[in-house]
Design a protein around this ligand. Structure first.
Ligand code: 4AD
Ligand code: MG
Length: 437
């Protein structure tokens, strides 16, 4: 753990130290050799004078060195105003190649657009060496860290629930079936049932950041078959309004933190302004939204399509939210019950839940849950669910506080913050046609 990160090099002027990193660039000119080394934090130039007898061995090594190899270099860091890269150079006494790169790189890592995205993804570990791609995950890491921080500050307990499950938790069509010894198991489509179990267990407030699997055979810019869900559930709520209020607070906190640390970089690399919400997010009922969209933008949809939000409807909802409320977020509520999960609580037959649209794409579905055993059972039967969810219904038999929660797609959120595709927003994308690397 003693590696000196390049971002900290300023502390080591005129001291003999050892530095390690990838060789990003080699310039071999008449009197001198220049290397640019890169680590996860910055770059630094290494300068080797060819004429000096003591450098003979190093000069020979650099003559056959290939870019993207890794090296360990011993020497002294010097200030040098003439060096364009950080006004410093490293004068080596010894260079050791710790790993040699094949001279033929299969993709151009310095120009991501020199090849198709799918070719890049085939060599994702090389693709990620490009700072544009690399920083997506530095930013995502920080985003999840601050969201976690917020959850802990509100006394949530982080839980870990199984991803191998005995029955589909959402709808049967989107579930991956796996062989489980001599029977069938499924990959969890969400931690829904288990986070609710934790509520029934008395945890009051729980969250989980974990993989979610969806057998969706669709190739869109926003769908993937495995993503990271940020899921939470909390007890003693009065209405799903409490859930929306909480999500608003969480996202405002997180975007503010990300903006402070990465706002400039996001502008520079992805040409996108990170806007920290200042007001409450507007809330609109689905039916009203369709009326508004028709009136404002002449957007017409068939009656039967109006029971759910269309892709274009999401996009226009964003436009409306911006124009009317100067908000990039908008909550859509009052979906009809046939389009919502059986576990959403209903009031006058209307599911007490919402979708949150950010920059024109759904990032969350949330709701107050039905916690009354009899009602829940009735709603499940109505949707034709019985045997498979018997175990789940049991959670509500021995006392369970009123509660609600939501699931937020971390990949979707990353994608929308940076204005990139879902394939880029995941370190390793999974889709109908991609299981490797
Ligand atoms: O809307 P979903 O399906 O909701 C649930 O999972 C419920 N059990 C609610 C809950 O509390 N978890 O999924 C939640 C979010 C979506 O809003 C979206 O951001 C993301 O997960 N998501 C996907 N992201 C990428 N690819 C997919 N195929 C996704 N499906 C859902
Ligand atoms: Mg949803």
């Amino acid at each position: 753990m003693n590696k000196i990160f390049f971002k900290d090099l300023e502390k080591y002027y005129d001291k003999e130290i050892e530095i390690s990193g990838f060789v990003e660039n080699i310039r071999n000119i008449k009197w001198v050799q220049f290397l640019v080394l890169r680590d996860s934090t910055d770059r630094v130039q290494v300068t080797i004078e060819k004429s000096e007898e003591k450098n003979k061995e190093m000069v020979e090594l650099v003559n056959t060195l290939t870019v993207e190899s890794t090296v360990k270099v011993t020497g002294t860091l010097k200030k040098n105003e003439n060096v364009r890269l950080r006004g410093m150079e490293f004068i080596p006494t010894k260079i050791e190649v710790t790993s040699e790169s094949d001279p033929e790189l299969p993709i151009n890592i310095h120009d991501k657009d020199a090849q198709l995205l799918d070719q890049r993804l085939d060599y994702r570990w090389l693709d990620l060496r490009n700072e544009y791609n690399f920083n997506i995950f530095k930013i995502q890491s920080y985003l999840v860290k601050v969201m976690r921080e917020f959850m802990y500050s509100k006394d949530f307990t982080e839980i870990h629930t199984p991803k191998l499950i005995g029955a589909a938790s959402e709808s049967g069509s989107e579930v991956f079936e796996v062989k489980y010894f001599d029977r069938k198991a499924y990959l969890a489509q969400s931690p829904q049932f288990y986070k609710q179990m934790a509520i029934a267990s008395g945890f009051d407030r729980v969250f989980e950041v974990a993989p979610v699997f969806r057998a969706e055979n669709s190739n869109t810019s926003r769908h993937t078959t495995e993503f990271t869900g940020f899921d939470l559930e909390f007890a003693y709520i009065d209405s799903y309004e409490d859930v929306m209020d909480f999500e608003e607070e969480l996202l405002t906190y997180a975007l503010d933190k990300v903006n402070v640390k990465y706002g400039d970089l996001i502008k520079e690399l992805y040409n996108k302004e990170l806007i920290v919400p200042k007001n409450k997010f507007p809330r609109v009922k689905l039916a009203d939204l369709y009326d508004i969209l028709e009136e404002k933008y002449d957007y017409k949809v068939d009656e039967e399509e109006k029971n759910d939000l269309t892709t274009e409807g999401e996009r226009l909802a964003y436009r409306y939210a911006m124009e009317e409320f100067n908000s990039e977020f908008i909550f859509v509520t009052d979906f009809p019950k046939d389009k919502r999960a059986f576990y959403h609580m209903r009031k006058n037959d209307v599911p007490q839940g919402y979708d949150l649209i950010y920059r024109g794409v759904e990032i969350t579905t949330g709701a107050q849950r039905e916690h009354r055993y009899d009602v829940l059972k009735k709603q499940a039967l109505e949707k034709g669910l019985d045997k498979d969810i018997e175990f789940y219904l049991e959670f509500f038999k021995y006392g369970c506080p009123p509660h609600g929660g939501f699931g937020l797609g971390v990949d979707r959120l990353t994608m929308l913050i940076l204005d990139i595709s879902i394939k880029e927003a995941m370190m390793l994308f999974r889709g109908p046609n991609r299981l490797n690397p």
